[in-house]
Design a protein around this ligand. Structure first.
Ligand code: DGL
Length: 263
């Protein structure tokens, strides 16, 4: 199984992308709804949660794990890759590679939660690939709750997006990375605000394509992954908001199964 975890159900944007790119593969998803949001928590707490989430997915039969949560990937991605024997993929490197390819001017914007922006991983990885790049980062802490409320077309959401994007527009970026699970659901408001000359990078699709290539390059691993089994979606709390966000992301009702993972 392909294991995917996130702080909540926003990471289902990654599950949806994996489903689209690798339709024959089976997914096991864990959304840590009970302990979300991660984006406002400390690196130590996020790392502890991330380890527990990996342990859960491995116990359920995952052979490769995608850290769909940008906050967890920023803070604990490298740590998990060192500690676990299975391949751990995350959403940041694929998005960075795509952004660096897309940007002509090298002026790249990144939006994310406070945890993600404070970790500065996007900045470091972009500059490692393109030393002349200028990275402009903007934390957007209000966007996750707006998506969870389903405020995807409200005037207030547009106003907040305008406010957050203003400094990035002023820096004349030509590429913007959506560095958070929830932001692809606001892409229809973000893109017009920036104009057609700015490329918007959605990390969910980027990581799904990297996984596809990884499986081609690692056929033994690919063979060990279950095919055709039903995808399972586990959550640590079953809330109405989680159910409606999951439905919104997939465009169909999703059967969320409640599990207790904290020992
Ligand atoms: N999944 C988180 C991320 O991508 C957003 C929600 C949260 O803060 O937990 O950063």
């Amino acid at each position: 199984m392909i294991g995917i975890f996130d702080s909540g159900v926003g990471g289902m944007t990654v599950a949806r992308a994996v489903e689209e790119v690798l339709p024959e593969r089976s997914i096991i998803y864990f959304g840590d709804v009970a302990r979300a949001p991660y984006g406002s928590k400390s690196p130590a707490t996020i790392s502890r949660y991330a380890r527990q989430n990996c342990d859960f997915l491995l116990a359920k039969g995952a052979r490769v794990i995608i850290v769909a949560c940008n906050s967890a990937a920023s803070v604990a991605g490298h740590l998990l890759q060192q500690e676990y024997d299975v391949p751990i993929m995350e959403v940041i490197s694929p998005a960075v590679a795509q952004a660096v390819r897309a940007s002509v001017s090298g002026r790249i914007g990144v939006i994310g939660t406070r945890a993600t922006i404070n970790a500065r991983v996007y900045e470091q990885e972009i500059c490692a690939l393109k030393p002349a790049a200028k990275v402009f980062s903007q934390p957007c802490p209000l966007l996750v709750p707006l998506v969870e409320e389903g405020w995807l077309a409200k005037r207030e959401t547009k106003m907040i997006i305008r406010r957050y994007l203003h400094p990035l527009r002023a820096r004349s970026i030509d590429t913007l990375v959506l560095g958070c699970t929830h932001y692809p659901l606001l892409a229809h408001l973000i893109k017009p605000r920036l104009g057609p000359h700015v490329q918007v990078i959605d990390s969910s699709l980027a990581v799904a394509h990297v996984l596809k290539k990884f499986l081609v390059d690692n056929p033994t691993l690919a063979d060990s992954l279950a095919k055709g089994e039903e995808n399972r979606y586990y959550v640590s709390d079953l809330t109405e908001a989680a159910q409606s966000t999951a439905r919104r992301i997939f465009g169909r009702p999703i059967n969320l199964e409640l599990v207790q993972i904290e020992k």
